[in-house]
Design a protein around this ligand. Structure first.
Ligand code: WTA
Length: 635
């Protein structure tokens, strides 16, 4: 079966078929990939345990799909185009042949350092080609990668390394982001104080900052590569994996305290990301595709690395930030590399929009053919700006809804196929069966309705478990509503059956497209010595989508209020990372609580949103007076 759908009529027909005969549908899609052995059974599942198995009995290695199978026809085609942070530094292009060789070489480095199938490897790196190489080299050997975003703190990294019991860490001396330099290795050193499982740290040279290399534990990437070169065998055969063997772990925030390790497996993830990439972006050979995400998040995993490479695409990787040296950087990149497909986030669009249209003057964006958005609901203003100023009204915009847990795109237009509507993720992709339910789990039928978004049938890219704690996977995603996967998102289905995601319905914030659990931020704030307790909620933020608003009880402040505020910010940066730092901190004498001690977040949310006129019923509060005080002190 063809991966790409050519018309809206065909979409409707294929969708229908994918619901009526899902196994058959996915088998047809999976036939487009390279398997060492095909499956015995397409699907076995129940959402009770949950137990989800796709393509059981099949054998493969995802890197043979992403690299080896393209060598004959596309050996000299660029696989990765890399644009450095500093526009004056040389860019790099790796063809499929070169990428294949480098992945094999580094897989041999990993082997020399004792890495084998099933081992967990933590990757904490800048956005350089070596990050993609490291990830693929792990996959080549069947080692399970756990990439941690370069903005997380030592403490967050340590938590993730301990949870996954990683034995090897791959990092760099430092990374560049705009004018900032982040001392990655030094952060790792702080993390490793708590991580006795780590036996080896491989350090890439990037920023040439001084680092401390511990004898017996730390080695340089370049030295290790040299050793492999002198050993003389450049090849590294891919390790044969079962379809349901783990491919990677990626940690993500939930509504409870600690992040969970979402687990994806080899076969289903490969099929799902490859299929959705080819179909949604309607990728044509020769096109240059630029996804502005970081490989530290799921978008980078699925749509910078695995999806595009399995389809033999040219994927552009950008090390820097959209606003440096100025807010025209993305457009310079589009112009220089004649980018055809641009996949970015609403927060980036809003931020660039705020610099005004002068930043677009003289930039040739005529190569662009297709646009995409991901990470949060896109507001209509940003949608129209993206459409008119970037796409010149000529490029379809795919507003793609999905999650770390779903592995790939779920509800999304197909470029040039699905009629779009600003703010709508539109329709489910083939194989995806969304349903809306009310609080009691009762299905909401018909159109012009809203409810909580669930999925009622498995798809190959879905998570299989949360690492080391299957029960947590069950309770988080499969227990709220029996026999359904619960997304945590609220959703509207309009008169045409189009879906519009309205945002999280749990205690998870979406700040600049990054998921942050309120409980996680509260735990971090509460670590500060002068804090008694705190409550964190989101509020609308022009650029970030949502900002972090913290109500903090701190009766014995050290020095001034302002300094305490800074101290609390520092604490959150240290415990989680700068991405979780509150935008606003309001000191309060107490939090609004019910008689049973539960914080009434609904009230705090309204105050943070500036909607203080109608706070609803406050009579059940233990101390209704506290609300007046909080209201009058609102920031
Ligand atoms: C939100 C990112 C509206 C949503 C791929 C989801 C979106 C969470 C969209 C997952 C979209 C993502 N429209 N909301 N197009 N895309 N979201 O795991 O709340 O980092 O649950 O995955 O982002 O975030 P995650």
């Amino acid at each position: 079966m063809n991966l790409k759908i050519a018309s809206f009529e065909e979409y409707k027909q294929v969708y229908q078929q994918s619901v009526e005969q899902p196994e058959q549908f996915w088998e047809g899609i999976a036939d487009n990939f390279l398997w060492r052995k095909k499956w015995d059974k397409a699907l076995e599942w129940n959402f009770k345990e949950p137990s989800i198995k796709w393509f059981q009995g099949a054998k493969l290695n995802i890197t043979e799909n992403c690299l080896d199978r393209h060598l004959e026809e596309k050996g000299d085609t660029p696989a990765i185009i890399w644009e450095p942070n500093d526009p004056n530094e040389d860019h790099r292009i790796l063809t499929y042949k070169q990428l294949h060789d480098k992945v094999c070489q580094f897989a041999n480095v990993l082997k020399n350092n004792g890495v084998k199938k099933g081992d967990r490897v933590c990757v904490y790196m800048p956005m350089v080609p070596e990050l993609a190489i490291a990830v693929l080299a792990c996959a080549r050997l069947g080692a399970i990668h756990s990439v941690v975003f370069g903005g997380f703190s030592a403490q967050s990294i340590a938590d993730r390394i301990i949870d996954a019991q990683c034995e090897v860490v791959i990092t760099a001396d430092g990374s560049y982001r705009g004018i900032k330099e982040v001392p990655l290795k030094s952060v790792i050193d702080d993390a490793l104080v708590r991580c006795p499982s780590v036996k080896r740290v491989i350090v890439l040279t990037r920023s040439h900052t001084g680092v401390s290399m511990i004898k017996g534990r730390d080695v340089w990437w370049e030295d290790e590569v040299k050793k492999v070169e002198t050993q003389g065998n450049p090849d590294c055969p891919a390790v044969e994996m079962d379809a349901e063997d783990m491919l990677f772990i990626l940690y993500t925030s939930g509504s409870t305290g600690k992040p969970k390790g979402v687990v994806h497996t080899c076969g289903g993830y490969m099929v799902y990301t490859g299929y959705t990439f080819a179909n949604v972006f309607q990728y044509e050979p020769g096109e240059v595709y630029f996804c502005t995400a970081d490989i530290g998040w799921i978008t980078g995993h699925s749509y910078i690395v695995y999806g595009p490479l399995s389809q033999g695409a040219t994927t552009l990787m950008f090390e820097g930030i959209p606003t440096w040296p100025d807010a025209g950087r993305f457009w310079d990149i589009v112009q220089e590399y004649k980018v055809n497909i641009l996949y970015t986030a609403p927060t980036a669009i809003r931020s660039l929009m705020s610099f005004g249209d002068d930043m677009l003057k003289g930039k040739d964006l005529s190569s662009l053919k297709k646009l995409g958005s991901v990470g949060e609901p896109i507001n209509e203003e940003a949608w129209h700006w993206f459409d008119e100023k970037i796409g010149h009204g000529q490029c379809p915009i795919v507003d793609t809804w999905w999650q770390t847990e779903t592995g790939g795109l779920m509800i999304s237009p197909i470029s040039n196929v699905t009629p779009t509507k600003p703010g709508y993720a539109t329709l489910p992709l083939p194989g995806v069966q969304p349903i809306l339910v009310d609080e009691n789990g009762k299905e909401i039928i018909g159109n012009g309705v809203s409810g909580n978004l669930c999925i009622k049938f498995p798809w190959p890219g879905m998570l299989r478990t949360t690492y080391g704690d299957h029960e947590r996977c069950r309770t988080t995603y499969f227990a709220t509503y029996p026999d359904l996967y619960f997304t945590g998102d609220g959703c509207l289905r309009d008169e045409d059956g189009y879906y519009r995601i309205t945002g999280r319905v749990d205690d998870v914030l979406n700040v600049s497209g990054h998921r942050i659990g309120t409980a996680e931020v509260e735990n971090a704030i509460n670590m500060h010595s002068s804090v008694v307790e705190s409550a964190v909620v989101g509020y609308p933020h022009d650029i970030k989508g949502q900002g972090v608003y913290a109500f903090v009880v701190s009766p014995n402040k050290h020095e001034s209020e302002e300094l305490t505020r800074k101290d609390i910010m520092m604490t959150v940066s240290r415990i989680i990372g700068a991405i979780a730092r509150p935008d606003k901190i309001q000191f309060v004498s107490g939090l609004p609580k019910t008689r049973s001690g539960k914080i009434m977040r609904r009230i705090l949310r309204k105050i943070a949103e500036g909607e203080t006129s109608n706070l609803g019923d406050t009579s059940t509060l233990l101390d209704p007076g506290v609300v007046e005080e909080i209201k009058s002190g609102a920031l």
